[in-house]
Write a protein that binds this ligand. Sequence first.
Ligand code: PCA
Length: 321
Amino acid sequence: MKKLTYLLAATALSATGASAETWDMPMAYPATNYHTENGVAFAECVKGATSGALEIVVHPNGSLFSGNDIKRAVQTGQAPIGERLLSAHANENPLFGVDSIPFLATSFDDSAKLAAAAKDAIVAALDQQNLVFVYSVPWPPQGFYFKKEVNSVADMAGVKFRAYNAATARIAELAGMVPVQIEAAELSQALATGVAESFISSGSTGVDSKVWESLTNFYDVQAWLPRNTVFVNKDSYNALDDAGKAAIMDCGVKAGEAGAARAQELTTGYLKTLADNGMTVTGPSDELKAGLQGFGATMTEEWIAAAGDTGKAVVDAYKAQ
Ligand code: PCA
């Protein structure tokens, strides 16, 4: 009976010239995070646009591959599609870290401009790694979480700091903190056990991790807006028919726009949730701000030196907009 149903379904699909296919899509953040919800909406869009011929199944929270393994899994075809915080791979190509240069693009509008200026270079860099760019969505502006008042970069010295990419590890180094690389899925645990006692991230991840259970202060410094990027294994993409390829790309454009709008909509509410749960949520003091700007200047120079002419062209194109 089961077999018969299967055969009927396959016949119905082959009548439209397509064959049914299911793609697993590993993602690194909780099912209730807007990035994940947006990924699910993207999957529904693709299913609709292909009349069910391509079904994408989202696996949230690093459950299929941990965040750090998702990109390699898609490159090697262990998963046909996935989402990853691209700046976590800036060690492979400095261009992947363009969205984490302190104080270069600090608003949603500027994040969109920077992403537009960087898009061709990122698409080409991913292409060299057997990946096809589909869409990217920003996180809200990044601020610092501590369990004490911090009024200057000197106050940060010696603190155990959770890093999520090379830029965050570099900030720790510049401030004399002790960096430890931890995925968002393990953040609550790391804070609860004291493996980390501070970090930089959005209100979104602070709320996802119920960070008020361990920490007390959030400083809304708006350092940058890093992006999650969705990409497809190139061989999987090339094996799609034209309708499948168009569905991925068209739904990707929609998901990029919808995700950015949703991030912006949610930003204030996240900070309110932190405050409602007892955290002190403020802007940085002038002294802290000045110290961080100094780190920003150093890191901008370092990034331009590492990313070379292509990197410089991206930053120039962004500034010219
Ligand atoms: N949340 C992710 C990356 C940036 C953000 O806001 C994290 O902390 O892992």
